[in-house]
Design a protein around this ligand. Structure first.
Ligand SMILES: Cc1cc2nc3c(=O)[nH]c(=O)nc-3n(C[C@H](O)[C@H](O)[C@H](O)COP(=O)(O)OP(=O)(O)OC[C@H]3O[C@@H](n4cnc5c(N)ncnc54)[C@H](O)[C@@H]3O)c2cc1C
Length: 440
């Protein structure tokens, strides 16, 4: 993600700098006004390029999963591109509103670069673009605030977020009519046009409801179990167009048109019969009441599969350490399921962290799955039993003679604690693969 966003910032800045070198900046203006003008352009360029990327990534482009590391990472890149875009938009607004006033007060309007003026239609559009940019800016500021304010209810946030394609189109309109006319014949303008094309595609795709459409299939709920007070096991039979899944992948599941889709890992292996099983933990408003609303025979819409938390990506020469925290056990359940009855033997340390090992619904299932897989050494860590997993205990199972690969799915705080702890213990020969269960 950092590489993608960093590359975007460098490429856009380089195109802007090249243009500045060739044209020498605004003609007829004094240096402070030229600097202000160019700062306005580069902040605007970076903001709209990042916003366009965020818009494009929101279309869930499955073909980008491989280079970007999975749909959870695509969502993270989408989120950070949006946050940075608003950051540059704030800068753009400050330069326009505040720096302009400061310069006027300090050196006067004398050396100010005259605005591009056209007559008729184009001028009307420029005025409109200025207003639109400003209104859209205020809306994205509010959107950013509620995105970062984690206590803001997800459902309401998701509804308000649906306004983003329209807001983006307003910002694109602003950029098209207020970018300097001579940009459009230069590399910087071509780059801007490419970003705008990607962003407009993303917005329209979203507005006509086509996101993920090609990967959507219908199905029916065939079994429901409640292995514990807060976990629901749901099995579904999907229709013929389901393309199958790899163990560890997830899908967007919609049991209820009004509620919309929620992402859940497919916690079973693909048996080629188009059945999937989900383990759903009551973590919020909807998942808490789902058990009372679901019944066998209910139709379900499934969009997927997505994700790269995939055993096929494991390095056969590296030591395997698998760590599951709470409901983050679901991809590992699918992995273990897929290994049953297979001649291929995998060797791994599997750590499962749970609040209470005595009442946990997955402990018995893990034990029985691992009983037939001699290469998997299962370690259960019950917090209430005083068995919390630490970097030291992970390190004690690490084989110092080779690299280890840690596959982690669980609370982000635990992941950070383990990564940091292992590094401070001097264990640097490991790679860390993490599935994020959070998209906002
Ligand atoms: C890739 C992935 C795989 C997951 N696999 C599982 C699983 O196997 N089992 C399981 O129990 N949970 C899983 N989750 C988490 C699950 O999606 C949320 O717990 C569930 O959506 C919460 O919905 P809610 O309305 O009950 O909670 P809320 O209180 O509304 O939301 C709690 C949090 O859940 C997330 N969330 C809620 N609704 C959505 C949505 N429509 N789209 C995306 N995120 C949402 C948000 O981060 C939100 O902050 C997974 C999440 C992701 C991203």
């Amino acid at each position: 993600m950092k590489l993608l966003l960093g590359a975007l910032l460098v490429i856009v800045s380089a195109a802007w700098a090249l243009n500045l070198l060739v044209t020498g900046g605004g003609s007829g203006g004094s240096l402070p006004w030229v600097i202000r003008q160019e700062a306005l352009y580069i902040s605007g360029l970076l903001s709209i390029a990042l916003m366009s990327l965020a818009m494009f990534l929101s279309t869930r482009p499955a073909w980008l999963e491989r280079p970007l590391g999975g749909m959870d990472r695509i969502y993270r890149a989408h989120k950070w591109a949006g946050i940075l875009a608003v950051g540059f938009a704030v800068l753009h607004w400050l330069i326009e509103e505040i720096v302009g006033d400061i310069l006027k007060a300090m050196i006067g309007r004398g050396g100010r670069i005259p605005k591009e003026k056209d007559s008729g239609f184009l001028e009307v559009m420029r005025d409109l673009a200025e207003d639109m940019g400003e209104w859209a800016f205020y809306v994205v500021l509010v959107m950013l605030a509620i995105t970062l304010w984690k206590r803001f209810p997800y459902k309401t946030w998701r509804i308000t977020h649906q306004a983003m394609p329209v807001i983006y189109l307003m910002l694109a309109f602003h950029a098209i009519f207020l970018a300097p006319t001579d940009y459009w014949t230069k590399p910087v303008g071509i780059l801007l046009a490419l970003f705008l094309a990607g962003g407009v595609y993303g917005s329209l795709h979203s507005l006509v409801g086509r996101i993920g459409r090609k990967r959507q299939v219908n199905g029916v709920v065939t079994a429901i179990e409640k292995p514990s007070r807060d976990v629901l096991t749901v099995s579904c039979q999907l229709d013929n167009s389901w393309r199958g899944h790899r163990p560890g992948q997830f899908a967007f599941i919609s049991f209820d048109e009004k509620e919309g889709a929620h992402p859940f890992t497919i916690a079973s292996a693909d048996r080629g019969d188009r059945t999937i099983t989900l383990q759903i933990k009551a973590l919020g408003d909807y998942t808490r009441v789902l058990g009372n609303r679901l019944e066998i025979g209910r139709s379900v819409k499934v969009e997927g599969p997505y994700g790269r938390f995939d055993m096929a990506r494991q390095d056969a020469h590296a030591q395997q350490i698998w760590i599951a925290g709470g409901i983050g056990v679901t991809p590992f359940l699918a992995w273990l399921d897929s290994l049953q009855g297979k001649p291929r033997q995998i060797s791994a340390e599997l750590h499962y962290c749970t609040r209470d090992r005595t009442s946990d619904p997955f402990v018995a299932r893990l034990e029985s799955s691992c009983a037939s897989l001699s290469g998997i050494r299962l370690h259960i860590h019950g917090a209430q039993q005083g068995e919390t997993l630490s970097a030291t205990s992970v390190a004690s199972t690490q084989d110092g003679s080779r690299r280890s690969e840690i596959w982690f799915c669980g609370p982000p705080g635990l992941a950070e604690k383990l990564k940091h702890g292992l590094r401070s213990l001097g264990h640097n020969k490991f790679s860390f693969h993490q599935e994020a269960f959070e998209m906002r």
